[in-house]
Design a protein around this ligand. Structure first.
Ligand code: HAM
Length: 473
């Protein structure tokens, strides 16, 4: 058997004889069950290597998941207050969607997409962002026919094959919001107001908003000509990508990650000096309405964003606390995207927040992190165990978050676990108490204890929790 092949199992198949198949997913169990002599050195070592997650793909473990739930709850609440509705779109799309949507000459499309030929049929891509997918769904289901104005948001994983480093993953998560069907600068300002409100509620310490206008197909040709002329003398100092993009898509050079290319652009012509009257008026009104909302952004004339679909308003929120990957979020207007995807002329604007980056910057408090158990049941003895099992089920059905430990530990270690789980109260059951029809109710903070009758216990416990201000569903 060829165990060296990429697709063959990393051990000879004969050793599987008589082994429970579940064990295949637990290599340590497999190794322990296979007699040493039958599993020679290299094979044994390969099985013993536990399988690791793919580079750049991260598990999100408890209690960290509490932070995720907090931010998702907050986003749903704030976005709903601003009239947004949730949309859920697939993770896999036709590659063509991103090629056309994001642009052929972008880093994302040229280098970072996870694309594969689906059984020789068609090219598919794991979505590197959500805007193109949301617009695809919006056009495919003609949502504009039911309502000319849609406010949509989605939360989920995106995939880009970048070089992993702090703040940069290959699977990361975005909180994405889009407003479709209106090209009014007041809407651009309203979107920023919602964003700032959300970031403040999330507890983001230091918010730095940068804005720019990227013009429209009317104003860009003049900039393009001037930029090509400007760059002509600097070709030798530009990287290979920038030299190539100089003629195909010169604005992309502003987005190059290399410092050497950036330096060449310090005195380059900027789009703000080429805005047509309509784009100029849009940008002015946008800024005026930000001022009304007491928001003072910095104008960054060199910001072009990494995706080709943007027109007019563009923005980013950065923070010094993130190091090189300093963008917490980015967004902008994309009035030509619906047309580019084969739909009618429908304007849009949106943003996407990088959740890993946002979460690395905030420390939600205990109340924000979500509920701890209401109570713990500690028991000693067989009969007490049966009652504890029955009580826990009943209490949970009555909306009381209950923890029990069936590991047969001493009362002391059960109490330690109750404290570790932050349970404010413990019900203590022993066989003797059960025989007498009572249980002990212990306040874990004050250590005060009282005796409660088993009869009518659910109602008594409910009453006690409500009396102490606990919220029950
Ligand atoms: P983007 O600037 O490519 O925009 O991504 C938005 C945010 O996603 C970034 O600011 C960053 O926080 C996060 N992000 C991007 N790549 C990574 C990565 N490899 N690892 C961790 N976080 C990352 C968009 O995706 C646009 N679709 C935004 C938009 C929505 N524009 C209009 N509507």
């Amino acid at each position: 058997m060829d165990t060296g092949s990429k697709h063959a199992p990393p051990f000879p198949l004969e050793i599987l004889h008589g082994i429970d198949f579940d064990c295949l997913f637990k290599p340590d169990v497999l190794v322990n069950r296979v007699p040493k002599g039958r599993l020679a050195g290299a094979h044994r070592e390969r099985i013993m290597d536990t399988i690791q997650a793919v580079r750049g793909f991260k598990d999100i473990l408890p209690p960290e998941t509490g932070k995720w739930q907090f931010i998702e709850r907050l986003a749903r609440g704030v976005f709903t207050d601003f009239g947004f509705m949730e949309i859920r779109v697939p993770i896999l799309e036709k590659t063509e969607l991103f090629r056309r949507g994001i642009g052929e000459a972008t880093d994302i499309v040229e280098k970072e997409m996870y694309t594969f030929l689906d059984r020789g049929d068609e090219y598919l891509t794991l979505r590197p962002e959500a805007t193109a997918s949301i617009l695809r769904a919006y056009l495919e289901h003609t949502l504009y026919a039911a309502d000319p104005l849609s406010r949509l948001f989605t939360i989920g994983p995106m995939f880009r094959r970048e070089r992993p480093q702090k703040g940069r993953l290959r699977q990361f998560h975005q909180l994405d919001a889009e407003i479709l069907g209106i090209d009014d600068p007041r809407v651009d300002a309203e979107l920023i107001v919602m964003l700032m409100h959300f970031l403040v509620r999330a507890g983001l310490p230091d918010i730095h908003l940068e804005i720019n206008s990227l013009g429209c197909p009317d104003c860009r040709p003049a900039l393009r000509d001037r930029l090509i002329a400007f760059l002509a003398g600097k070709q030798a100092d530009l990287c290979e990508d920038c030299r190539r993009r100089m003629n195909t898509n010169p604005l992309r050079i502003f987005d190059c990650k290399l410092q050497t290319c950036h330096e060449q652009l310090l005195s380059a012509p900027k789009i703000l000096d080429f805005l047509c009257p309509a784009c100029d008026a849009h940008f002015r009104t946008f800024r005026e309405y930000l001022t009304i909302a007491n928001i003072t952004p910095e104008i960054n004339a060199g910001m072009v964003r990494g995706l080709d679909y943007y027109t007019r308003t563009a923005f980013e929120v950065t923070t010094g606390a993130l190091g090189a990957q300093n963008a917490v979020l980015g967004g902008g207007r994309y009035n030509g995207l619906a047309r580019e995807l084969g739909g009618p002329d429908i304007p849009g604007i949106g943003f996407a927040i990088g959740l890993e980056r946002l979460l690395s910057l905030i420390e939600p408090n205990d109340a924000q992190l979500g509920p701890v158990p209401h109570l713990f049941i500690a028991f000693l003895g067989d009969q007490a165990g049966r009652v504890a099992f029955d009580l826990a089920n009943g209490l949970r059905k009555a909306g009381i978050r209950t923890e029990v430990d069936y590991a047969g530990r001493s009362l002391k270690s059960q109490m330690r676990r109750a404290n570790k789980l932050n349970c404010p109260y413990t019900l203590i059951l022993g066989d003797r108490e059960i025989a007498a029809g009572v249980v002990q109710w212990r306040n874990m903070r004050s250590s005060l204890q009282e005796t409660l009758a088993l009869d009518g216990l659910f109602e008594t416990v409910r009453g006690k929790l409500l009396e102490k201000g606990q919220t029950l569903v």
